[in-house]
Design a protein around this ligand. Structure first.
Ligand SMILES: [Zn+2]
Length: 115
């Protein structure tokens, strides 16, 4: 993904414009707006609308990160609940097995007594 030489934003390839200067320098522009502003001699990070856009993006990203973290926490809680349920199931199974074993042992004893 090329990075816009003016607003330093990354964009997909079919969009935008790539300019190769005679001295071999390559300039990427995400839009004609960026190209024209560059040709006017403006500097990207000093231009007001670039700053504004970047600020908005940062806030967006932070929001997305927050949402992702909340989702992760929810997942963790769900996993804990699942684990607890599985443990409980295993315990009940073990208890059942133990009871069966006890019964088997008592049966064995009875057989021994009969002999
Ligand atoms: Zn741009």
């Amino acid at each position: 993904m090329p990075k816009c030489s003016f607003c330093s934003e990354q964009y997909e390839f079919p969009y935008g414009l790539t300019v190769v200067l005679p001295d071999g320098k390559i300039l990427y522009f995400c839009s004609s707006k960026c190209r024209r502003n560059y040709e006017l001699g403006r500097i990207g990070w000093k231009t007001r609308w670039v700053k504004k856009r970047k600020k908005g993006k940062k806030e967006e990203r932070e929001e997305i990160m927050k949402q992702a973290e909340e989702k992760k926490e929810k997942k963790k809680v769900m996993e804990k609940i699942k684990e607890a349920a599985e443990k409980a199931e295993k315990q009940t199974e073990q208890e059942k097995k133990g009871e069966e074993k006890k019964q088997a042992k008592t049966e064995d004893k009875q057989e021994n007594k009969q002999r």
